[in-house]
Design a protein around this ligand. Structure first.
Ligand SMILES: Cc1cc2nc3c(=O)[nH]c(=O)nc-3n(C[C@H](O)[C@H](O)[C@H](O)COP(=O)(O)OP(=O)(O)OC[C@H]3O[C@@H](n4cnc5c(N)ncnc54)[C@H](O)[C@@H]3O)c2cc1C
Length: 386
């Protein structure tokens, strides 16, 4: 049973579609019929991609893999009884789904309670599957004559950085010709740590320069403590006015999984070993943002979920067959390509940073190539019937 149509589980479905395993029954429990690819989300907000460009059709993928799709959210996990409780769609408020082998790839949810008022006045960026609709609704309001103009993003990691640039690009493109409206546009990024704190000095300098060139105000080292209807209050009591506040700060496991009894890592995510299996529960795997690799901790990024996919697929197969599981070794360095709103990106590799249109084209090539692997019937995924 696969819980969550995330970045690793799409690879499991692809693998089982390409090479079915006799006797194995696959079920995917996930609330929506599509998965949005995180690498292309900022490009979608900026207006470079259509919805179809950056989503994977989970219904088609399940059909190709012979998997049953349960289009609802899991709400409780009973490890002793090997049962998942799934929110009901029809008459019943929920139903039970028994499993033999379980794999969790459900992403994470925002820690909205860390900033007072965030639950009422902010737009949470996670879970990313819900964000596109929230953005489209806001964008429509922005186009009205007296619509929101002052944008504030809280969170100085890669997601917050790409988000403020994408939002700026979209609104300047939409409102740029209306001089009065454009004059009222303002963009601010707040971070309680240095910008891209975890990614080194060169990354920070390149990112700061990109913001400066686009007149995006950066308030680094300043935690937001409260969000109100008209803006955010910082720890020194100063007030940053804003018509829309996005929260892209640290996230956490949803409560139902936190309370399931699985061993958690120091940061509160499901602890897994090199085989991606949980530490105490045989046959329960976890991947992506919801998992913490205790032997080799890494920051939360879609690239790890993507790279875990093939190992997870192999290990689920091996577990069924009673074979030894393979280890996943996350790369020590990862290439980061951060879009700058326009068709330009910063490339980060360890201590090196470089910027240019070539980096955007490279990012596009990688992202489009990855998503094409999951288009059933496409050149990279001939449907089983063809
Ligand atoms: C703006 C932005 C830009 C980003 N850009 C990048 C980037 O360029 N590169 C990068 O590496 N990372 C990027 N990230 C980080 C990336 O989004 C995450 O690391 C990635 O989405 C994690 O993948 P996942 O498979 O763990 O979870 P997700 O992609 O969140 O997938 C989880 C799935 O589980 C489903 N689900 C959730 N709850 C339940 C439930 N209760 N029951 C069943 N199913 C459930 C969801 O609907 C979803 O289908 C970005 C993040 C943001 C916010």
């Amino acid at each position: 049973m696969l819980v969550g149509g995330g970045h690793a589980h799409v690879e499991v479905l692809r693998s089982f579609a390409m090479r079915p395993l006799a006797g194995a029954r696959l079920t995917l429990v996930t609330p929506g019929p599509e998965m949005i690819y995180s690498g292309m989300l900022p490009g979608r907000i900026a207006g470079h991609y259509s919805h179809e460009d950056c989503v994977i059709d989970l219904v088609a993928l399940c059909r190709a893999a012979g998997a049953v799709l349960v289009p609802h959210a899991a709400i409780r996990l009973d490890l002793a009884e090997k049962r998942l409780l799934v929110a009901g769609g029809g008459q019943a408020p929920y139903h039970q789904a028994p499993y033999d082998i379980l794999s969790l790839d459900i992403g994470i949810v925002p820690k909205l309670d860390a900033i007072a008022g965030a639950d009422r006045h902010a737009i949470a960026v996670k879970p990313i599957g819900d964000f596109e609709a929230k953005w489209l609704e806001l964008q429509t309001r922005c186009l009205a004559p007296e619509g929101p103009r002052r944008m504030l993003v809280i969170g100085g990691g890669a997601a917050g950085f790409e988000l403020i640039l994408a939002v700026r690009h979209a609104l300047v493109a939409e409102l740029g010709r209306d001089l009065a409206a454009a004059a009222r546009l303002s963009f601010t990024l707040i971070s309680d740590t240095p910008l891209l704190g975890a990614d080194g000095k060169a990354a920070r300098r390149a990112a700061e320069k990109a913001l400066e060139m686009r007149r995006i105000r950066l308030l680094a080292g300043r935690p937001a403590v409260r969000i109100e209807a008209g803006g955010a209050v910082l720890d020194d009591g100063s007030f940053v006015p804003a018509d829309a506040v996005f929260v892209a700060t640290q996230a956490q496991l949803p409560p139902w999984l936190r309370e399931a009894g699985l061993r958690l890592d120091a940061e509160g995510f499901v602890a897994v070993g090199p085989s991606l299996q949980t530490l105490d529960e045989e046959g329960v795997f976890a991947v992506g943002d919801c998992a913490g690799m205790v032997a080799s901790p890494r920051p939360k990024a879609g690239v790890y979920a993507v790279r875990q996919g093939p190992i997870l697929a192999a290990n689920l197969r091996r577990f069924v067959l009673g074979e030894a599981l393979l280890p996943y070794h996350p790369q020590r360095r990862r290439l980061m390509l951060l879009g700058l709103g326009e068709e330009e990106a910063i490339a980060l590799w360890g201590p090196f940073a470089a910027k240019g249109k070539w980096a955007w084209r490279w990012k596009q090539h990688i992202d489009r190539g990855w998503i094409a692997r999951y288009r059933v019937g496409g050149a990279l995924f001939p449907s089983p019937a063809t």
